[in-house]
Design a protein around this ligand. Structure first.
Ligand code: FAD
Ligand code: NAD
Length: 476
């Protein structure tokens, strides 16, 4: 068996592993990257990229028919589902060079396309090769969790691994799970002409601000999406050419029939064939165990991305990669924390969030929080664009420190950046009121919310008396 020794060995070439490999190698560390399947991992091939490309097609289809502008009438779109799928492949192919073997070899990384397995804490096997490294980085990602439901046949379901390969439009897509995948796929398929039912055991988007979720729920229902929430799935049948999902709610039994079943019920870490026992790396069913520096129980082995029990987003993986590189290259004790973590559900309108929700803030600060909110319908740009549905909600701590923000708006994902800065830098609302923002933009609702906070003080009796007194002073 051939042997090679590296400074850093990265297992998994998804968002997490690629970012570490690029950083380590550009800092001069001898780096090897091992990927057994597709370069770019889930985000590029079966996650963020195809889902957002599908949503873009769905949005275009919706806009054809519902222009929202008086005097501009639309028509029902002609949707060629197979051509849309070809288009998704085109989008993936456009981005793929950035994650390719060629690019990484160009950066000086040794790339192996095979499965990695630990032989012991200091060496792994990749095909016929044995590799040794001073530091290891596990970035092996996650896979769809499939709930144990009587009658569910794994060979007859869709997950994010195969839903983007469907060439024919589903007549009626039943989706288990109302998290971000369930909601995004519901919006996309409904707008492309499928009937859609979402079956959720709790409430949809449970981590977001409930009032904004209520508004989004109304919009989704208005578009004809059936949302079955707080239901228990008692069994599933897969009759020829379809699916029947039996449900129980408040003691009553009923069933939903569809043509296809998409399971979007959460994720499971991928490490079953990685040889973690041989390496003495501790894990539990939720992921590989790490400390705040992302070190595993073997201190020279790091783990990050979807394989650990932390927020599972591409931007979280990128952030964690920075922590890992600082630890392994500079020996800095950098630690991961998620106070300023944003997330966005790319529905239409989008629902974006950063920091604490009101409920979490009240829990943490013993109820001492203040809320500012402004509906989008008072924003001039929202009016001109005929997009009045939406709102910003800001959660404030003492001295108006921004603890969290949520936005429901057409491009909420773009608007949340300002609030990521406010939360991560512990800014107060004063920083926002002092900003000059372009008019007319939807981003101005954030400033409107901030101004509203100071209005009672600014235009209050004390200030008015002070202004009155100042008028008696001689001009200067
Ligand atoms: C439908 C969908 C939409 C999403 N949309 C968004 C979004 O809009 N925004 C966002 O931020 N996040 C989104 N996510 C989440 C995002 O895709 C993940 O958080 C991210 O891809 C995780 O990256 P990773 O590198 O940890 O894992 P992965 O991308 O899964 O990469 C792990 C890699 O490791 C390889 N591997 C595993 N075991 C081995 C082994 N033993 N040897 C060699 N290689 C191995 C795998 O083949 C894989 O390529 C979405 C996810 C889904 C499913
Ligand atoms: N826009 C984005 O950033 C984006 C988009 C898609 C996915 N993602 C990431 O991908 C990951 C997976 O997304 P997801 O939506 O699958 O997971 P999730 O865990 O966020 O949501 C799964 C939902 O399924 C429900 N569920 C689970 N078992 C069920 C059952 N038996 N019956 C009914 N409902 C059931 C849960 O209550 C939950 O609401 C998430 O961690 C997310 O971070 C992100």
């Amino acid at each position: 068996m051939a042997e090679s020794t590296f400074d850093v060995c990265v297992i998994g070439a998804g968002a997490a592993g690629l970012s570490v490999a690029a950083g380590a190698s550009q800092l001069g560390l001898k780096t090897v990257l091992i990927e057994r399947s597709q370069m770019g991992g889930e985000c590029l091939n079966s996650g963020c990229v195809p889902s957002k490309a599908l949503l873009a097609a769905a949005k275009a289809a919706h806009r054809c028919e519902f222009t929202g502008i008086p005097g501009v009438s639309g028509q029902p779109p002609r949707v060629d589902f197979a051509a849309i799928k070809d288009g998704l492949r085109g989008v993936i192919a456009t981005i793929a060079p950035h994650d390719s073997v060629e690019r990484f070899r160009g950066l000086g990384v040794t790339v192996h396309r095979d499965t990695a397995r630990f032989l012991d804490a200091r060496s792994i096997q990749v095909g016929a090769i044995r590799l040794q490294a001073r530091r290891f980085v596990i970035a092996t990602g996650s896979k769809p969790a499939v709930p144990n439901i009587p009658g569910l046949d794994r060979s007859k379901i869709l997950t994010n691994d195969n839903v983007f390969d469907l060439r024919n439009k589903p007549d009626h897509l039943v989706i288990i799970g109302g998290g971000p995948i369930g909601v995004e796929m519901a919006v996309a398929h409904r707008r492309l002409g499928s009937s859609v039912t979402v079956v959720e055991r709790a409430s949809i988007l449970p981590h977001d601000e409930p009032e904004l979720v209520d508004k989004l729920r109304d919009i989704m229902r208005g578009e004809g999406i059936s949302l079955q929430e707080n239901v228990e799935i008692t069994s599933i049948d897969h009759p020829f050419g379809g699916v029947v999902v039996r449900l129980r709610k408040d003691g009553a039994d009923y069933a939903v029939s569809g043509s296809h079943l998409l399971v979007a019920a959460g994720r499971e870490p991928v490490f079953d064939d990685l040889g973690l026992e041989a390496a003495g790396i501790a894990h539990d069913p939720k992921g590989i165990l790490v400390d705040a520096r992302l070190r595993t129980s073997q201190r020279h082995v790091f783990a990050l991305g979807d394989v650990i029990d932390a927020p599972r987003f591409t931007h979280a993986a990128g952030y964690q990669a920075g922590i890992v590189v600082r630890n392994l290259a500079f020996r800095l004790p950098a630690k991961a924390h998620y106070e300023a973590l944003p997330w966005v559900t790319y529905s239409d309108p989008e629902l974006a969030h950063v920091g604490l929700t009101e409920a979490k803030a009240r829990e943490r600060y013993d109820g001492k929080v203040r809320i500012e909110r402004v509906p989008l319908k008072g924003n001039d740009r929202a009016v001109t664009e005929r997009h009045p549905e939406g709102e910003i909600k800001i959660v404030l701590g003492s001295h108006a420190r921004v603890l969290g923000a949520s936005i429901l708006a057409p491009a909420a994902g773009e608007m949340i950046g300002l609030w990521c800065l406010a939360v991560s830098r512990k800014l107060t609302l004063r920083a926002i009121t002092d900003l000059m923002l372009p008019y007319p933009t939807m981003g101005e609702i954030g400033k409107a919310a901030a101004s509203r906070y100071y209005q009672p003080t600014l235009f209050g009796e004390r200030t008015r008396r002070l202004v009155g007194a100042l008028q008696w002073l001689p001009p200067w």
